[in-house]
Structure formats: structure tokens, C-alpha cells
Design a protein around this ligand. Structure first.
Ligand code: NAP
Length: 288
């Protein structure tokens, strides 16, 4: 296909961050320092990199980043205790528990322990439920990033058939819900889906959230489909066979430089919003 549009995530992320600068500045002038607490358990090098990138992005914008690094052998109870203390800590506005945690930890239980007001990555079931019902405070950051990219480039999901490949709680399911709320007709596929290539071939918009490098094939796509690749695999490889899909798609996100940078900017946005709420509460208390 000629004249494909490369959906540049770095451009979108810079736009988001530029708009946030003013809001963070206003918070700082009011004497409130927005703060994101990140919890990393264990020594997985990719997770360490993600957490470092998130912390650095916070710092660049003037958001404080409180990094908590727990040992590999941490128990569920120990992690819960850390989350509870962060919930109580008024200087912390957002909490991010880096997924995945070591196997001995009950990850779901720990996600659920995060205060909904500080759940800036939409990992609690309440946060997910609110997102699905269309009034959520903070949807998961990657689904929010996909919607933000679509909005930036004027890609309207209304009435379109969107095929989401993947149904994880932080990605496939919430992005399906967000797109349904945008009046798309959504098909969510998973590892038990039969005839995946035939289903993908019906899509006006394909969202890849599989966790398998180069999984979505160019020959599966309908001519002119929009391709949004949330995948991020070892060696900077997406879930979409980029070169092959580029030939068929009308618009496509690259990896790297697509959904990833926008995901981080969503985390900054949600943390800023949580801090703004903190400031509002503080001002209300002062005026009482
Ligand atoms: P996940 O929890 O492993 O979920 C993968 C999903 O893909 C599951 O729902 C699984 O189905 C489905 N699946 C696996 N094999 C399949 C197949 N052959 N056909 C159809 N569906 C299949 O992964 P995730 O956390 O959602 O992440 C997905 C990708 O996004 C990864 O590459 C990850 O690195 C990336 N990611 C990127 C960002 C970012 O900031 N860019 C953030 C988060 C994740 P079942 O449910 O049946 O097992």
C-alpha cells in the first residue's frame, strides 16, 4: 500500500509531556510535588530497565520518583506491607507495581491492595471495572496509550471492526473495553481462538497484544487496515511482522518508538492527575 502513515509514538508522547509540563509546574508552585512510587521485586533486567525508564521520565518532568527495590525472595505479606505503607503515605500519589513479580508472590492479591486513588496503571479489579463501564479514573497505561495514539492521528474507531489479539488483564481486556466504549465492534482473540488469520483479515483495526515476536503476519491483513502493535519482545521486536504488515496497512505503529513511549507518558499523566486530586483535597481541607 502506498502512502502509509507511520504512527510515531515519540511524537505523541512528546505532545502529551509538553501539555503536562504546565500542570506539573502549577502543582510545584502550589507546594505539592507529584510523586510516583515504583515497586520492583527481584532482579529481572528488563523489569529493571522499564522501572528506570519510568523513573527517569518522571524526573525530567519534575515528578518525584520513589523507587522501592525488593529482593527476589520477598513474600506476598512483605510486599503487601510495602503497598499498605505507600497507600498511607500522603506524599505518594501513584503506585506502580512492576509486572511480573516472582512466582511465590500472589500478584493479583498485591495489585488489589493498591488504593484505587493511587492505581495509576489500572491494575485493580475496581479500576478495570470502572474502565470497562466507561467512567474509570485511570485505565491501564498501554491501553490508554493506544487510544491516545488513535486520537492524535484522528483514527476513529466508531463502527469499525477492531480485532484485539490478546486478553491479558492489563492490555487485551482493557483495550477491548476502551474500544467498545468508542463504539467499535470488537473481537478479542486469545490462545484458544480458531482461525485467527481469517478473523484478523476482517479487521479494520488490529491491536497486537500477544507477547510473541513478529506474530501477526502481513498476509493476514485486509488491505488498508490500521495496525497498532503493543508488543515488546527481546531485541526491540514487536508482536507484528512490521515489514510485511507495512505493505498492507494504511497506518502502523513501529517498535520501538510506537506504543512504548506513549505508555510511559500515560503513567506521567495519571500520576499528575492523582496529584491534582491530592491538591484539591488539601485546599478543601484548608478552606473548611
Ligand atoms: P500476556 O499476559 O502474556 O498475554 C498474552 C495474550 O496473548 C494472552 O491473552 C494469550 O491468550 C494471547 N495469546 C498467546 N498466544 C496466542 C496465540 N497463538 N493466538 C492468539 N492469542 C494468543 O502478555 P501482555 O502482558 O498482555 O503483553 C502482550 C505484549 O505487550 C508483550 O509483547 C508485552 O511485552 C507487551 N507490552 C508492552 C507494553 C508497552 O508499554 N508497550 C506494556 C505491557 C505489555 P490466553 O489468554 O489464552 O493465554
Amino acid at each position: 500500500m502506498e502512502n502509509q502513515l507511520i504512527l510515531n509514538g515519540t511524537t505523541v508522547a512528546n505532545d502529551v509531556k509538553e501539555k503536562l509540563k504546565v500542570r506539573v509546574e502549577q502543582l510545584l508552585q502550589s507546594g505539592l510535588v507529584p510523586c510516583l512510587a515504583t515497586i520492583l521485586v527481584g532482579d529481572d533486567p528488563s523489569s529493571e530497565t522499564y522501572v528506570r525508564m519510568k523513573g527517569n521520565a518522571c524526573k525530567k518532568l519534575g515528578i518525584e520518583s520513589k523507587r522501592i527495590h525488593l529482593p527476589e525472595e520477598t513474600t506476598t505479606e512483605e510486599l503487601l506491607a510495602v503497598i499498605h505503607s505507600l497507600n498511607e503515605d500522603r506524599s505518594v500519589h501513584g503506585i506502580l507495581l512492576q509486572h511480573p513479580v516472582p512466582k511465590q508472590i500472589d500478584e493479583r492479591k498485591c495489585f488489589e491492595a493498591i488504593d484505587i486513588e493511587k492505581d495509576v496503571d489500572g491494575v485493580t479489579s475496581l479500576g478495570y471495572g470502572q474502565t470497562a463501564l466507561g467512567f474509570g479514573m485511570y485505565p491501564s497505561c498501554t491501553p490508554a496509550a493506544i487510544i491516545t495514539i488513535m486520537d492524535y492521528y484522528g483514527i476513529d474507531a466508531k463502527g469499525k471492526h477492531v480485532v484485539v489479539v490478546g486478553r491479558s488483564p492489563i492490555l487485551g481486556k482493557p483495550v477491548s473495553a476502551l474500544l467498545l466504549n468508542r463504539n467499535a465492534t470488537v473481537t478479542t482473540c486469545h490462545s484458544y481462538t480458531h482461525n485467527l488469520p481469517e478473523i484478523v483479515a476482517l479487521a479494520d483495526i488490529v491491536v497486537a497484544a500477544v507477547g510473541k515476536p513478529n506474530f501477526i503476519q502481513g498476509e493476514w491483513l485486509k488491505e488498508g487496515a490500521v495496525v497498532l502493535d503493543a508488543g515488546y519482545n527481546k531485541g526491540n521486536i514487536g508482536d507484528v511482522d512490521y515489514e510485511a504488515c507495512l505493505k498492507k496497512a494504511s497506518a502502523i505503529t513501529p517498535v520501538p518508538g510506537g506504543v512504548g513511549p506513549v505508555t510511559i507518558s500515560m503513567l506521567l499523566k495519571h500520576t499528575t492527575e492523582a496529584a491534582e486530586k491530592g491538591l484539591k483535597l488539601r485546599n478543601e481541607k484548608v478552606s473548611q
